[in-house]
Write a protein of this length. Structure first.
Length: 311
């Protein structure tokens, strides 16, 4: 069993072995790519590419993760220079763009004529600076923002934002398609990260809030499994609220002073309920404070304008 076991690993190994031994489908006829960075997302990327019949070269700072992918059929590169030399298209799955400089900076002379597809997370401005740095070394560049259900990149809800030159995207989208559905946003290198980070702006407080809700139920002596279907049912209304507030944002935002006062009271009740059962209510305190600012602003200043303009 591979050290980085996954339910589909045996199938991927068999498929890789079949392709290596196939006389009708030789290595020279197969698409190929290098993946640098083998955290959970990087390993998911490698698995998806191998399952699609792509020849994959891998490099990672810690050799054990690269070895686990080699057991599935990937080819291990001995160095960053070797990883860059193996293929034209290089997919990066790193923690941030600073790691890109650290890694690719080990062999910048090998970047000429390469295509760097950076699926790492960072701010739009740092992404634009990173794209400029890559191009200054003679390579082409695409930015990607990976919207996925954890590291389940084959989940139907998973997709990837891309931005950068359209011709670079069009030339390589078929190679990248096994990673998740591609969503091209435009030539601005920072666009993929702008949309990606905007969606994470929703996800992070939701995740903390959901865990706070589960903690409240459990600390009050009730079963979270009983609560789960109600939470899922409540989430079915989210698309309605998203559309309503997006429409309202175009006219300045939703709500008036009376609505803000109502939300202050509601947020206070959430804080009180959490603290009554001993659950950390840090997020709810912040929510209440924001609604208090909206109410104090008066004159019908909605939350959207408060956040947008810093009223």
């Amino acid at each position: 069993m591979a050290r980085d076991a996954n339910p589909g690993d045996d199938r991927i190994r068999r498929r890789s072995e079949e392709l290596r031994n196939s006389k009708e489908y030789t290595m020279s006829e197969r698409s190929s790519v290098t993946v640098i960075g083998l955290g959970p997302m990087g390993r998911a990327i490698v698995r998806a590419l191998l399952a699609a019949g792509t020849e994959v070269t891998v490099w990672n700072r810690s050799a054990d993760k690269a070895e686990a992918m080699a057991e599935l059929g990937a080819r291990r590169a001995e160095s960053v220079a070797d990883a860059l030399d193996r293929n034209q298209v290089i997919v990066l799955s790193l923690t941030h763009y600073a790691a890109m400089y650290d890694v690719l900076g080990r062999a910048p002379e090998r970047l000429r004529e390469k295509v760097i597809v950076n699926l790492s997370s960072d701010s739009p401005e740092r992404t634009r600076a990173g794209a400029e740095w890559v191009r200054s070394h003679g390579a082409r560049f695409l930015s990607g923002g990976f919207m996925s259900a954890g590291d389940d990149i084959t989940h139907p809800a998973s997709y990837i934002f891309y931005s950068g030159p359209r011709e670079v995207f069009d030339a390589h989208v078929d190679l990248l398609r096994p990673l998740s559905a591609p969503e091209y946003l435009g030539a601005d290198d920072g666009l993929a990260q702008l949309f990606y980070q905007a969606l994470l702006t929703l996800f992070h407080p939701w995740l903390i809030g959901y865990n706070q809700a589960l903690a409240v139920i459990e600390r009050a002596g009730h079963d979270v499994d009983r609560f789960l279907p109600f939470a899922q049912r409540s989430a079915e209304a989210f698309p309605f609220f998203m559309a309503e507030y997006a429409a309202a944002a175009k006219s300045g935002g939703w709500g008036d002073e009376a609505a803000a006062r109502m939300m202050v009271a509601g947020a206070a009740h959430v804080v009180e309920t959490s603290e009554e059962v001993g659950v950390d209510a840090t997020l709810s305190h912040t929510v209440r404070e924001l609604w208090e600012k909206v109410a104090a602003a008066g004159a019908g200043v909605p939350m959207y304008r408060l956040l947008r303009d810093g009223v």
